[in-house]
Design a protein around this ligand. Sequence first.
Ligand SMILES: [Zn+2]
Length: 299
Amino acid sequence: MRMPRLLAALGLAAAACGAQGAQTPPLRVVTLTTVLSEIAREVGGSHVSVVGLVQPGVDPHTFNPSPADIRAVADAEVVLASGLSLEAYLDRLVAGSGSSGRVVAVGDALPEAVAMAGVPGAGERDPHWWHSLDCMLIATDIVRAEFAKARPAAAADFSANAEAYQARLRGLKAWAAAEIGRLPPNRRHLVTSHDAFGYFARDYGFEVHAISGLSTDSEADARHLAGLIDLIRRERIPAVFAEDSANPRLVENLVRETGVRLGATLYADGLGPPGSGAETYDSMYRHNVRAIVDALSAR
Ligand SMILES: [Zn+2]
């Protein structure tokens, strides 16, 4: 007699699950960077619908929301921003949309000890936290907690999804440390278009020499460029790097002036477009690490 009763109980439980699933529409999430879109989809699974406003290859520093973007924010229950002043338009966007959704600036919610410690320029709030895998691990937890608050019934699923994603991030972290370990410390100089790799540099012992500042819309002056040319010659830096969503003109200038090698284009401000081979966080990060190690280990 035990079996049928157990089966009946299981049947009831399944029916309850199904009924609840039908009653609860997916959590409406809007994200403002491609990396956050991935975290939201990985953690949320079938319990969320994610609309990413900033498309791959679009510069998030100078992004300008369209009327359709404003409507998406108006309709969102959770808005995920990178924070740390990356989205200069954020307050305007939220106010203009009249949204009553919860706005989470993930970078601002990272603990200072992990997010900022040892990052050059952190006093100016370097927003490029996703280049640190330690920050990514915590950002995943921040998103998980927000989703669990909004849909408590799905909290266990969010936890399981977050743990699976974090396990992959830890695997990536071990791979990156081994890969960069091949590069002698005196070769760890990153000359890039803008100052996007401070977190990466902190984690792996690089020095960053950016042409422009923390935002892509800051312009470099002639004296700064002359200083970079001197540095490349003095330190015998073998390669410099252009970036996916920044103008390569000044980097190409450095290449012409110094004869330095141009490394593969880095993804500084988000994931790559479909077909780029950098459309997921994992592939973007591996691309950057390989590009940097390959170009800087060349003789
Ligand atoms: Zn940037």
